[in-house]
Ligand binder design. Structure first.
Ligand SMILES: Nc1ncnc2c1ncn2[C@@H]1O[C@H](COP(=O)(O)OP(=O)(O)OP(=O)(O)O)[C@@H](O)[C@H]1O
Length: 576
């Protein structure tokens, strides 16, 4: 238990101060609670006609008022501190995980990890936010208060105090047995939850397929199965906890009754004053309230502790950027030398080498699945190569910090992701410090200013998550505007494969020309015009560079490139 409490304390980080304050306030709360018991004592004295030199009814009223206001006030502050501590401790952890994620290889974000990441950052941390400070305060405050209560009872009447001590010890023994027996259950609960999040995520992502293949109903089988497993796990957990909870309750009730029986017996024996006997009967069911509150939080303590373990595990994600330096190369050239690469055990690239001189354009062509995107992703260090090296401006990309490497590169992907934010902010992703005028200039160069101005709120128009309300061509031009604003010396461009209509094609060409001016370009090219104009063409097949040269050199040879040309010519002639 102590370890779990320490773990929460450590996890709370800078919020430890607020938690300590909250524990102190909860101690004050217990003191005010005792005033209520004091009030009861004065009422009893009054009823028995004891003379205490002051009107006992007035004294009881005073004690009650102090108790009511004191508890209301301390409760208010305790809640405030708890909420503050919970919110900020979790917010810091969420930010820490999000920051770390920028430095992990992209392979980490596979389906299984995405479910775990989303589950941990939402449900698990949400649980921690709502329960960790409460649990910590209930347990620490509860034990502290129970100790003080017991001490006061002992001083007041050692025989009743002894019953309280024995009852408390048995209660703690049952609680600790429950803790040991149920320790393995909390991780199971989280596994079931992560599985559910994964299933729901997959269903949402695949919704268009589910709809288009009319699989509604069948498509959510996996979600139903995950819900069933989740229910089963939670029920199993409850079943295991229930007998212990009943035992805890039984012990406290039994010892409360024992206090009554002892008080009556001692009174009849003549060794207890009537007011003390009456008092014992009245407080018998109040006396264990503090220890009960601490004990019932013990079950939750396990869950919180296991949730924190899950967050800590997530933070152990593999990072790439440990020894990097802030490098600003003099030249924006790229040298790929003898690289091998595999996703897991599947080798994709074999001994790939090529050089891209500064301010030249290299087009990569090749069949689907040959490894074109992989080459580009490796240059941006989304993954690390297995063998060989990639250099930018003469420096191995592994020697850069990820920030300084990404300062050298702008990427324009085929499928553009736009955030649920204004168009202006989406373009500003290229340079957060850009002014509105600079954003407009970039948009003009990327041929998207006109369509942005035709939107209801121009640059302030909020677009849906993923850029849902824009066409594919518009989204790609926005992402070109982003890259223009970033103004990195190297551009990696994955050209859209979809045939665009002539008007949009002109705009896209205009946008690309603005972006590519005076830059080092690597592009996965699909259109004949881009390929023909490139300074160098790399033909990749089955993870190898099978040919390289200019358009004229390659077109003269019989091979994949001439077949590519033929296919492109046919495809482009289909346009109407
Ligand atoms: N994240 C990944 N995990 C595992 N395998 C992958 C991953 N990404 C790509 N692959 C595999 O690597 C191979 C090369 O993929 P890549 O996307 O680089 O090809 P490509 O030439 O760009 O294809 P296309 O023109 O169809 O986009 C393919 O067999 C693909 O299935």
């Amino acid at each position: 238990m102590l370890n779990a409490l320490k773990k929460i304390g450590h996890f709370a980080g800078e919020e430890q101060g607020n938690i300590r304050k909250s524990i102190a306030v909860s101690f004050l709360f217990a003191i005010f609670y005792m005033f209520q018991i004091g009030a009861v004592y004065f009422v009893i004295l009054g009823m028995l006609g004891k003379d205490i030199g002051i009107n006992p009814a007035l004294l009881a009223l005073l004690f009650l008022l102090i108790s009511i206001f004191g508890r209301a006030l301390t409760n208010y502050f305790a809640q405030l501190e708890q909420t503050h501590a919970g919110y900020f401790m979790v917010a810091r952890q969420r930010l820490a995980v999000a920051n770390k994620m920028k430095t992990v290889p992209m392979g980490y974000f596979d389906e299984a990890n995405t479910g775990n990441i989303v589950g941990t950052l939402t449900t698990v941390l949400g649980d921690v936010e709502n329960t960790a400070p409460v649990v910590l305060i209930n347990i620490m405050g509860g034990f502290l208060n129970a100790f003080v209560f017991t001490l006061i009872t002992l001083i007041w009447d050692w025989r009743i105090g002894l019953i309280v001590i024995v009852g408390t010890l048995i209660y703690l023994w049952v609680t600790s047995a429950m803790e040991k027996k149920t320790a393995h259950l909390a991780p199971k609960r989280q596994e079931a939850q992560a599985e559910l999040v994964e299933a729901v995520l997959e269903q949402i992502k695949g919704m268009s397929i589910i709809k288009s293949f009319n699989l509604t109903g069948k498509g959510d089988k996996k979600v139903h199965a995950a819900i069933r497993r989740n229910k089963k796990t939670n029920l199993a957990i409850e079943k295991m906890f229930t007998p212990y909870n009943m035992a805890q309750d039984f012990v406290l009730k039994l010892f409360s009754i024992l206090i009554i029986v002892a008080a009556i017996y001692l009174y009849v024996q003549g060794t207890m004053l009537p007011e003390n006997a009456l008092m014992s009967v009245i407080i018998s069911f109040m006396i264990f309230a503090q220890i009960d509150s601490a004990g019932s939080s013990m079950a939750v303590l396990r869950v919180v502790s296991s949730s924190i373990d899950q967050v800590e595990n997530l933070k152990q994600m593999p990072v790439m950027d440990i020894h990097g330096e802030d490098i600003r190369p003099k030249k924006a050239s790229i040298k790929v030398a003898n690289i091998d690469f595999s996703y897991g055990s599947k080798e994709i690239l074999h001994d790939v080498s090529f050089t891209v001189p500064e301010k030249t354009t290299t087009a990569i062509v090749g069949p689907s699945g040959s490894g074109k995107t992989t080459v580009c992703n490796l240059i941006a260090r989304f993954w690390d190569v297995n063998a060989g090296s990639i250099k930018i401006g003469g420096h191995d990309i592994r020697d850069y910090t990820l920030t300084s490497l990404m300062d050298q590169i702008s990427m324009v992907f085929q499928s553009v992701y736009l955030f649920q934010d204004t168009i202006e902010n989406n373009i500003k992703f290229g340079n957060m410090n850009a002014t509105h005028e600079e954003v407009v200039q970039a948009a003009q160069k990327a041929a998207c200013h006109d369509f942005i101005m035709s939107l209801p709120e121009g640059y302030k128009t909020v677009i849906g998550e993923g850029g849902a309300s824009l066409s594919g061509g518009e989204k790609q031009r926005i992402s070109i505007a982003r890259a223009i604003l970033k103004d990195a010396p190297i551009i990696i461009f994955d050209e859209a494969t979809a045939n665009v209509d002539p008007e949009n094609e002109d705009k896209l060409q205009q946008a690309m020309n603005s972006l590519m001016k005076d830059k080092t370009i690597i592009m996965i090219a699909h259109r004949l015009k881009t390929v023909e104009n490139a300074d160098q063409i790399l033909v990749i097949d089955e993870g190898k560079v099978v040919a390289s040269g200019t358009h004229n050199e390659l077109a003269a040879k019989d091979g994949i490139y001439s077949r590519f040309l033929q296919a492109r010519k046919t495809a482009e002639s289909w346009k109407i």
